[in-house]
Design a binder for this molecule. Sequence first.
Ligand code: PMP
Length: 361
Amino acid sequence: SDAKLQSVLSSLSQVHRQLNSLPSNAAADDECIKLNTNENPFALPAPVLESAVAALERQYLYPEDDNVSLRDAAAASYNLSRDQVIAGNGSSELLSLIYKAFLDPGDTLAMLSPGFAYNHKLALLQGARLLEIRWGETCLLPIRKLLFGPAKEAKFILLANPNNPTGTFVPIADIESLVAQSDRLIVVDEAYVDFAPDSALRLVDRYPNLLLLRTFSKSYAAAGIRIGFGLGHPEVIGRLRNIQNMFNMNVIGHAVGVSILAHQTAYAENHRHIQYERVRVNFALSQLGFSVTPSHTNFLLVRVPAGRDGAWWQTCLKRKKILVAVLPDEGLEDCIRVSIGTKPQMDAFLAAVEDILGSET
Ligand code: PMP
């Protein structure tokens, strides 16, 4: 209700005052405000940055083979063993390994749709058929559709939770129900999990057909350093490690990965900022006539007012030096996806939106 939102907004302004000291890498005079690829614009915590600088002294050495220290650190943090962990040069490297390991040309995989668009390219490269299964009404997990019918042909089933581009989240009980009933490998991409209420991590030990993907690109502000993890059964992880390039990560990625794992609590303010800002921008856009899906990520899926489509808004915003994403998915033509940045970035975005609306009338 409006009253409830007003009270959230008033606590927001308090939080903003506390958060003003959060250092940002997004300089106010950057050429463009980049809200199109779900990066996290805040600076790395000081000890994490120091670990990156120190790693440069090992620039003349090859990085540690098989990412052993980083995998050990991740295993300790996630309460798993080293052979349940693979480390990737970003989680997209791991996605690509999954396609290579589990699909021959002509094979089928199933993906919950709308989903992460990069999968279309990976399927094409592998000569595989991407079977798109639509999320259920209000983005629920369509478990029956994934257990029976055409999905039976899939070598694996891929879904993101929370999902990109919808920002929606399905309860872990639903994921468990699917994994327990399915004889397929279920890949759950948890790229945005730190902005969400729960994770499927506790299921990894119980279900050999569950493979989780994690990344430090979103919630840990390290997209440019490329750190991702796959967490699953040793046999599945082993198949991926067998086909991985040697030295797939570099010394900075190793050092920063280990340091982030040791300093996860240093990101609490960062995550709190994004979660509050997400509510504020959602509310402001709703007041302006946009329809916004409640998000469990660091972005918003925004349906624009009737009469114009997402591409039109993207062009208008770009003229004002603000970048947002449009989606290739059927049914999302009148949407834009907007990453949550710093408060000044989001203020500039909202001001640009109001300007554009004003010049329309
Ligand atoms: N999965 C999802 C759902 C994503 O949205 C993204 C980034 N857009 C990735 C994976 C890739 O992340 P990384 O930077 O770790 O390759």
